[in-house]
Design a binder for this molecule. Structure first.
Ligand SMILES: [Zn+2]
Length: 109
């Protein structure tokens, strides 16, 4: 069966930074996070969308967006599972491979 699932994940990507939160009106430990939504097809292939890096207050969720390119450079690796990052590419490659195999089969090659 072809199953499709979706979800949202928040990954903590570094040590907390104490900052003054304008909403809580106090200094809290803001957490650098990667937040992304993903869609999964058949638990094998997936794709990530709405990816963003943010610094968020642990109490009220207020925060700032971080620059994606700069943050990823600092991280070294993007903390998203391989199959979600490249799942769509893998799926397309497989589909293309099957299509080519089927074409060859039909053409006796
Ligand atoms: Zn707050």
């Amino acid at each position: 069966m072809f199953m499709i699932g979706q979800g949202e994940r928040i990954v903590v990507i570094g040590p907390p930074e104490p900052r003054h939160c304008p909403r809580c009106e106090q200094v809290t430990d803001f957490q650098p996070q990667l937040k992304y939504r993903y869609a999964e097809f058949d638990l094998l292939f997936g794709m990530v969308y709405a990816k963003r890096y943010q610094l968020a207050c642990p109490q009220c969720g207020h925060g700032w967006l971080l620059d994606t390119r700069e943050t990823e450079r600092g991280l070294g690796a993007v903390p998203i599972p391989f199959r979600l990052r490249y799942g769509l590419l893998i799926g397309l490659a497989l589909a293309a491979g099957i299509a080519i195999a089927a074409w060859r089969f039909n053409h006796g090659g």
